[in-house]
Design a protein around this ligand. Structure first.
Ligand code: FRU
Length: 484
């Protein structure tokens, strides 16, 4: 008998659905002490199919309670990705000021029309809950935003614009972002577009998010636009780019021509941020998979998990705006200290330290940018290799021998992350492993790399190998077990 959430590869401190297929996080909103996580869900199979919104809630973003399915497909189509807001002033008239509605805004996709060769242009719909997400009612006037121009027209992210005193919707239409506004969440007026000539365009734009952040250490505020793209990510398949710019209430503009990437690993996609969080924190959750092989990964009961919740902030490194993403502070409460040491690695040699709880651990250390490899290894000899390349200024993640990898040919490809604007050159690593993932953060989220891995037994050893001609000291090595 395999227990609930105890199957092989089952994440222990990352959200995964109890069973069946999951993709994007949807409707991330905080209300009355509860964080909601809705998600793209197909309850009949472990591959993508007619989409619903699954639902889970949490008070700390780390321990989740599974809830009944929130939204089912209806006569307008399948329920694709979208967002949720709390309509405090009952602008929609769907609730009351005493009991403000939780309003979900999502994309309808009509498979029947698509199959019939008809017009499958995506449209937007609304559903609302008057009991803090327990149950939803479809708005009877759906759809709320029609479209006859674009085949891809989806993933609305809605937020309240306090300066303009109206709602704003960001959505994507194939190769660009479109912004709309509304006084009541039900009637939407077009404002502006952005992006066909900027950033990466290797594939369709998906899952936008637009928000303002204070630039660390300054009085300046900037707007950040997240855009997921599939394919066209730097290490293949799907990934998330961002733009730093300005929003004047009507138009988003950015001087940025080249894409910047939120995460260089292959497994952080369709991520967006919470609406309505206490203290205005920007908290991001991504889907820890890649459309390239999402349906092929070796699990049977459920498929895929979400990233750790990450706090976003905006910093300037050597003149370059950088979106920093790093696990929320609450993660510290899950950590149990295993050991703390410093390691001398001789030139041309290696040292090793044991991991008691390698499938759920947090490994921290500070390293110079030298010819070093950090290797997680288990008793079957499966290895996950993080290799610094000082010549090229890269970190390589090699999972080609990390466990089960043969389910898709591209899965074993080496992933690269350029380490630019390093300042004094020190690298402070934070590595989080769960049963089937690794999340690598450098310098508190200046760089992030997220990847799925399927080791057939826990990694039991951290091996540091020095290919350089000088001995190297690895400082502040700390290993923690991560509790569920
Ligand atoms: C992103 C995405 C969205 C779409 C959803 C469908 O992964 O393709 O654009 O709404 O998944 O499940």
């Amino acid at each position: 008998e395999i227990g609930y959430y105890e199957e092989p590869f089952r994440p222990q401190y990352h959200f995964s659905p109890p069973e069946k297929w999951m993709n994007d996080p949807n409707g991330l909103v905080y209300h009355q002490g509860v964080y909601h996580l809705f998600y793209q869900y197909y309850p009949e199979d472990i591959v993508w199919g007619p989409m619903h919104w699954g639902h889970a809630t949490s008070t700390d973003l780390l321990h989740w309670e599974n809830k009944p399915i929130a939204l089912y497909p209806d006569e307008n189509g399948l329920i694709f990705s979208g967002s949720a807001v709390i309509d405090h002033e009952n602008t929609s008239g769907l609730g009351s000021e005493e009991n403000p509605p939780l309003v979900a805004i999502f994309t309808y996709h009509d498979m029947e029309k698509e199959k019939g060769g008809g017009n499958d242009h995506q449209i937007q719909g609304v559903a609302y809950s008057l009991d803090n997400g327990e149950t939803f009612t479809m708005y009877e006037g759906n759809p709320v935003l029609l479209n006859s121009e674009f085949r891809d027209f989806r993933d609305p992210k809605v937020f309240w614009d306090e300066d303009m005193k109206h709602w704003v919707m960001a959505l994507v239409a194939g190769d660009h972002l479109r912004l709309y506004h509304s006084d009541n969440l039900l009637e939407w007026t077009y404002m502006s577009r952005f992006g066909e000539d900027q950033g990466a365009h290797g594939g369709v734009w998906e899952c936008p998010d637009l928000f303002e952040l204070q630039v660390e250490g300054t009085d300046e505020k900037k707007w950040v636009l997240l855009i997921s793209i599939n394919p066209g990510a730097p290490n293949g398949g799907s990934g998330t780019q961002y733009f730093v710019g300005d929003f004047d209430g009507i138009t988003f503009t950015s001087e940025q021509q080249e894409a910047k990437w939120l995460d260089w690993g292959t497994d952080n996609y369709a991520g967006v941020t919470y609406n309505n969080t206490p203290g205005d924190e920007r908290i991001f959750i991504g889907w820890m998979s890649n459309w390239d092989y999402a349906r092929d990964t070796p699990t049977e009961v459920w498929r895929s998990a979400m990233t750790l919740p990450r706090k976003l902030s905006l910093a300037i490194y050597e003149g370059e705006y950088t979106l920093v993403n790093y696990p929320i502070e609450g993660v510290a409460d899950l950590l149990v200290e295993e050991k703390s040491l410093k390691l001398q690695v001789p030139a041309g040699g290696e040292v090793s330290t044991e991991l008691n709880n390698g499938s759920q651990s947090r490994i921290h250390f500070t390293s110079p940018m030298e010819d070093l490899s950090f290797i997680l290894k288990n008793e079957s000899g499966e290895v996950l290799v993080l290799k610094l390349d000082p010549g090229q200024g890269l970190l390589n993640l090699d999972r080609s021998a990390s466990g089960l990898v043969d389910f898709k040919e591209t899965f074993g490809r080496v992933q690269q992350m350029p380490l630019e604007h390093l300042g004094d050159g020190e690298l402070e690593f934070d590595i989080f492993t769960d049963a089937s993932s690794i999340e690598v953060f450098i310098n508190k989220g200046q760089f992030a790399m997220t990847a799925q891995v399927f080791p057939t037994e826990p990694y039991s050893e951290l091996l540091i190998s020095n290919q350089g001609s000088e001995p190297v000291e690895i400082l502040q090595v700390e290993v923690h077990a991560v509790n569920r």
